[in-house]
Write a protein that binds this ligand. Sequence first.
Ligand code: 1PR
Length: 560
Amino acid sequence: MGLYLLDYGAGNVQSLANTLTKLGHGFQWISSPADFEKATSLIFPGVGAFGSAIDGLVSRGLFEPLREYIASGKPYFGICIGMQVLFRSSVESPLSKGLGIIPSEIGVFSNTDKSVPHMGWNAVEPLDPEEKANEGLNPRSTYYFVHSFRAVYDWEHPEVAQWAHATTQYGQEVFLATVQKGNVFACQFHPEKSGPAGLKVLDAWLQQSEAERTTSPPTPRIPRPPKAKDGFTKRVIACMDVRSNDDGDLVVTKGDQYDVRERSSTTADVAGAVRNLGKPVELSARYYASGADEICFMNITSFRHSPLLDQPMLAVVRSAAETVFVPLTIGGGIKDTVDPDGTLRPALEVAGAYFRAGADKVSIATEAVFAVEKMRTRSSADGLGEGDGTSAIETIAHAYGRQAVVVSVDPRRVYVVPDYAGPYKGELVFGKSDGPEKERGKAWWYQCTVRGGREDRPLSVVQLVKGVEKLGAGEVLLNSIDRDGTGAGYDLDLIALVRRNVRIPVVASSGAGRAEHFVEVFQKTGVEAALAAGIFHRNEVGIDEVKVALTAAGISARTI
Ligand code: 1PR
């Protein structure tokens, strides 16, 4: 008897388990249909794509028992897809039928006025602030959302409006952030990834007695028009490049233009030891406490052979996820690998291992370049080529949803004469006459590299990002080898070029040296997020200082 969690075998459910442990609530997993009988409260942390969630429930024989559990009036808390499955259907997977408890359909965000997926921290506005059961929500807080599909708030449709509990605005669209009726409460955001504010939502529900969790709202709810409130914030991300040092310890390191070894003081061209800036799990806890909106770990020696069984980064993610309740991205080595016994581990399985360890997104660099090169050999009307369904991007996005797939880009400038007439002519950026000396009178394009900048490829950054967007990536993490570790500020030309060419969110990276650089990149390029490494590791600028600078400049940022 007691609290059960439902896992249908996809995505990061470990984070919810960690959150409940942190809050001091015991739980068990639903492992067979019979467990629904024993459950007196149920949380369903659905992640991934609507269709794979439904297929996962059906193939495990859990779909009907779940519907019966909810119909029996016992308390239910759904998260993300755990909310969407309550609906009749979703345009994401037209052939899959939902539970049909809420008589409406999940639609898709328009990307004409904003990037999609809706990825980041946004405000949640309870429709009736007086309602007793507002489930720990604070209209002054923000919560972490990551989804492309949403339930529109149709307040003139009474059968749906009676479920509406709180709304969120993204661009011009107002959608259901939470639904509640009788024994059912569900949220589109991830409380387990929404820092202290999210933990409060889960705790508020769990602190109620089981009888209180089944209390109906005033019936019928009074339909209310949506409240206009754009509470979407810009994200500030801390990134850790992780590798073994020469003693074999896993450390956070940091390069200058991707070179992570100290320069010998006597002979400048002799490479010294790998720079050691701290331990990954400890640093991630520090960044969480100081307000990082997301945390990334990059395994920067993944170009070496790295079998899944012998992957120390899995342990790093597992430990970090025990104390860090904001999204975690893991990059490096998301590719087909071979175990020492010869067993092939496809990229999908590698990614799955990271999701089960506690990662929310995986980041793919080298394999993304190869996938786009391959797709460009298959002709298509849009000139981008066609995927064949086998790339890491396609297989992972299909199973876990595109929001779980980030493509990390490692471009380098290639300077050319201004009247260059080569294949990248249409993508040239021209140096300003008052710009840095080496740029004056020159033009350049951005070339893709693989294996951490060790190899140049015949592909431009524009070709790459357009290609990965088509293959199914949900976000671009845009580094710059020229700016990495320099503290000279972000490469605004590069970032604006990429922002113009895709509709998915873009994370600016490489070169941040001061809090003002974050203000500048948000004001001048319109990206959704900015990432830094060195200045945070060396304690030169705090994440809290960056947030203060953003707020002072009128840019929305999450405060804790
Ligand atoms: O190719 O899919 O296995 O992924 C490898 C990943 O490791 C890629 O995302 C690649 O960017 C990263 N990587 C590989 N080698 C290095 C290196 O530094 N030698 N790190 C490396 C890339 C860039 C960012 C850094 C920002 C901000 N480092 O991670 O955090 O540039 O730094 P700053 O704020 O200090 O300027 P695959």
